[in-house]
Design a protein around this ligand. Sequence first.
Ligand SMILES: [Zn+2]
Length: 417
Amino acid sequence: MTFATISRLLLDGARITGDLGPQPVLIESGRVAAIGAEATRRDRELPAPRLDLSGYVLLPAAAEPHAHLDKALLADRTTNPAGDLLGAIAATRAAYATMTTDDVLRRARRALCIAVTRGFTAVRTHVSCEEGIGLEAVRALVALRDASRQTVDLQVIAMAGFPLTGREGSENRRILDAALDAGADGVGGAPALDNRPHEAVATLVRVAAERALVVDLHLDETTDPHSLTVCRFVDEVERHELAGRATASHCVSLGQLEPHAAATIAKRLATAGIAVVTLPQTNLYLQGRDAQTCVPRALTAVSALRRTGVPVAAGGDNWRDPFNPVARIDPFETASLLVSAAHLTLPDAYEAVSSVARRVMGLPPVGLSPGAVADLLAVRAVDLADAVSHAGEDRVVLRRGRVVARTRVTSELAPEI
Ligand SMILES: [Zn+2]
């Protein structure tokens, strides 16, 4: 397999979801030029190099709208006996002394390489910047973003530390400003950790507006239905006219409300132009640990949000760290959980980790229509259900028409089976 850039390529033999049989796909200059009979006709006129994808399903590449590459693969050096959110935060802060720029860069690059081989060509990572770690992680992720542009769109969200408000928050506010000066792409944070959560929401949205950046906050990551800082977020996003540039991540408490209350807030989010990202792996792991029975399902109000037109994307959040020790770094794992735990259809679930995720990240669409940017994921499977269920490792990933990752799997079986 060569990873060289070639201006034309014919993807031959892959099935396209929704179609009955294999369809050739002609790629020219990084875009899908033609599909099916038209691709065959144009290839006959001017033959292109072929990539045999017989036995594969071809999908739009996946996008990860919410990761923490600075914390990725920390699980073997941290412990979180309680298994909850505060335990995970404490465990991570205890590891800050070891999280130098070099250390963060090494783990983040390894996690990003896994992500690309699994089919992600866009990743938004939140990166902690606060007392105890300063700019070590932000510097690593900005460098990784700049070095990997040919392979993946990496977005760096500066995740402000707490305390953030009042006199006691002055140092963390200074570090946030420095992280944005150092090249971070957006403003983030978890306002619930501040003594004045609503004021923290207002501060973070204001900073984003002043710098003309996107804002993506960890909001209401709790099953307590009384925690609804998302409403203050709506107010501030409207005040600063950040429609289309604001994301509410988690919003777990919204999923615990009675339907009318959830629908009312969902309508406000839709009107304000705010997207929501749900993180099933991590929130199923972290929340609900106090309950012995009737354990709450810690997802946001996915169906109420979708019904009102709020874009709902899904992400993996934490990749083998104190917040989630068992992540696979795989869009099919997230999509599978959306089917099981959020009751989405298979096509809707895959859209949540691909086209909707890209939209939430402010990226142009990719996919399988003439003219679209050819960021594609081929996976050995017979259809989308097989791809999501089996989640085979045998994949080919294309970025702007160029193969950027290929994984081959060989299985051997005893002859009597
Ligand atoms: Zn997160």
